[in-house]
Design a protein around this ligand. Structure first.
Ligand SMILES: NC(=O)c1ccc[n+]([C@@H]2O[C@H](COP(=O)([O-])OP(=O)(O)OC[C@H]3O[C@@H](n4cnc5c(N)ncnc54)[C@H](O)[C@@H]3O)[C@@H](O)[C@H]2O)c1
Length: 265
């Protein structure tokens, strides 16, 4: 998709990768960029910088996503591209995570993408064109060895993006799914567990945004800002048991150095 004159919504646009995406979409010529975030104050700062519009939105609430879409249509006209980027890291562990923590991760990292698609896909199909950019993570292809809720919900995000891409392709919908490894944002700072492994190859938020805009121009489904993720994904697909053994060794090594504080076993 050529981004010139397009109307774009970015969730989680107030900081980190989302803010970098807003800047890149604006530079690529988008006519209207809506910075949607639960942090309205920061969203306003980004919107001012790019001459866009800030909107308060908790992506875990379907009615709030619906309202952002309605207000965008009123302000700029039909939405051309919805970039569903907001996400949370959540707790370490798997068996130790509470129901509330699982639900929070599911709501923000997965259901928000479902709400976004419900809000924009029917109109996009009627117009015969539209684009969804969904943020997942390398953890959605390869698993974060320390954090089950993050891994599982990011896998769900990849599966949902895949399903949308093949279901509505004939009606003109295009979908991209972004799966970065480490990116230098507040979220990476939160992830002390994996930082020793992914920190050294971490990219800047702007590098990820640049790669995303290129992927959208080429209408590529899988956007992998770190090339090694593609190699690991291929290894997983062709040598699954070997890959699992390697990941188990990585987990054991990381936890030998610093066991997770909430580990039960
Ligand atoms: N940083 C990384 O290493 C990394 C790697 C792979 C994928 N990702 C993914 O990239 C996305 C952006 O992460 P980031 O690194 O920029 O994180 P970040 O914490 O810097 O920014 C996240 C943004 O999302 C917003 N947000 C969180 N929950 C929200 C909600 N319920 N409603 C609306 N806004 C909400 C926050 O206010 C913030 O502006 C996430 O989906 C994350 O999982 C990050």
């Amino acid at each position: 998709m050529d981004l010139k004159d397009k109307v774009v919504i970015v969730t989680g646009g107030a900081q980190g990768i989302g803010a970098a995406l807003c800047r890149r979409f604006a530079t690529a010529g988008a006519r209207g960029v809506v910075v949607a975030d639960r942090n309205l104050e920061l969203a306003c700062t980004v919107a001012q910088e790019i001459d866009g519009t800030a909107m308060a939105c908790d992506v875990a609430q379907e009615d709030e996503i619906g309202r952002v879409v309605e207000q965008t249509v009123e302000t700029y006209g039909p939405v051309d591209l919805f970039c569903s980027n907001a996400g949370i890291f959540g707790p370490l562990g798997g068996l130790e995570a509470t129901d509330a923590q699982w639900r929070a991760a599911l709501d923000v990292n997965f259901m928000a993408h479902v709400y976004a698609a419900r809000a924009v896909v029917p109109a996009m199909c009627r117009r015969g064109q539209g684009y969804l950019v969904q943020m997942a993570s390398a953890a959605g292809l390869l698993t974060h060895v320390g954090a089950a809720p993050y891994s599982v919900t990011k896998h769900a995000a990849v599966a949902w993006a895949e399903w949308l891409a093949l279901s509505y392709r004939e009606q003109g919908l295009r979908v991209s799914c972004i799966c970065p490894l480490g990116v230098r944002t507040e979220m990476l700072a939160e992830d002390a567990y994996l930082a020793p492994v992914i920190g050294p190859t971490a990219l800047s938020a702007d590098q990820v945004a640049k790669c995303t805009v290129e992927g959208v121009r080429e209408e590529r489904f899988l956007i992998l800002p770190h090339a090694e993720v593609g190699q690991h994904f291929e290894r997983k697909a062709t040598q699954y048991d070997r890959w699992l053994r390697g990941m188990a060794q990585l987990k054991a090594r990381l936890e030998e150095d610093s066991p997770p504080s909430n580990a039960r076993c």
